[in-house]
Design a protein around this ligand. Structure first.
Ligand SMILES: Cc1cc2nc3c(=O)[nH]c(=O)nc-3n(C[C@H](O)[C@H](O)[C@H](O)COP(=O)(O)O)c2cc1C
Length: 201
């Protein structure tokens, strides 16, 4: 069965990005994928403390909830990540989680000496984001961050669903085209991953 992790990065429960991600989750489940939902706001995760204990073992020394999510992440071939735009980047909850994955970066590029850009992509990533304003560059900063975060997980940035002009909670409900786009992205991700699984058999 296709395993997907859906990471909710907003501090706001049932906010705009969460609504879109729930649609994507529903789409993937409709295609038969198993989707594990992770609400970052419900986990206790310290920021990276840059002590680099991970240089020795590739594992982070901080004892908190991070490894619980890592386990789910490692068993997934699909990654759905949703974050609102906060000051032209991802939310703090999302960024803290990403920074803790530096232990994976260390494992990949320092311990295993992999060459950047030459590894195989074993996962696919979907990034969902929302912001209040409507500028052309609204998502540029976040997309760059997500792209390099996904690289650490050997995932390509497979697709994005990006909705401008939503601010107050619930405003996304008026954006039918984005709700449909997110649902279809979820379905498509599950389908593509399933096809790849069958090709490998
Ligand atoms: C701390 C903070 C920073 C924000 N920064 C931006 C920003 O730089 N650009 C923007 O368009 N909207 C910004 N917003 C608005 C949110 O992106 C917007 O309200 C979004 O719909 C929230 O999504 P959510 O409901 O999934 O949390 C900011 C909101 C907060 C709380």
């Amino acid at each position: 069965m296709v395993e997907i992790i859906a990471i909710y990065g907003s501090p706001r429960r049932d906010g705009n990005s969460a609504t879109l991600l729930k649609k994507a989750v529903a789409g993937a489940r409709q295609e038969g994928a198993h989707v594990e939902e992770v609400f970052l706001r419900d986990y206790k995760i310290s920021p990276c403390l840059e002590i680099y204990h991970c240089i020795k073992t590739g594992e982070c020394a901080i004892r908190d909830d991070f490894p619980k999510i890592l386990t789910k992440l490692e068993s997934s071939t699909g990654i759905m990540l949703a974050s609102p735009i906060f000051f032209y980047s991802v939310s703090a909850h999302t960024k803290i989680f990403m920074d803790r994955c530096q232990s994976l970066w260390v494992r990949k590029y320092w311990i295993e000496n992999q060459v950047f850009g030459e590894g195989t992509e074993t996962r696919k990533g979907l990034f969902i984001s929302v912001g209040a304003t409507t500028g052309k560059k609204l998502f540029d900063g976040a997309i760059l961050t997500v792209k390099y975060f996904f690289d650490v997980l050997s995932a390509g940035l497979w697709k994005t669903v990006l909705c401008r002009g939503v601010d107050r909670k619930g405003e996304i409900e008026n954006k039918d085209e984005y709700l449909t786009e997110a649902f279809e992205a979820g379905r498509e991700l599950a389908r593509v991953l399933q096809e790849e699984t069958e090709e490998r058999k």
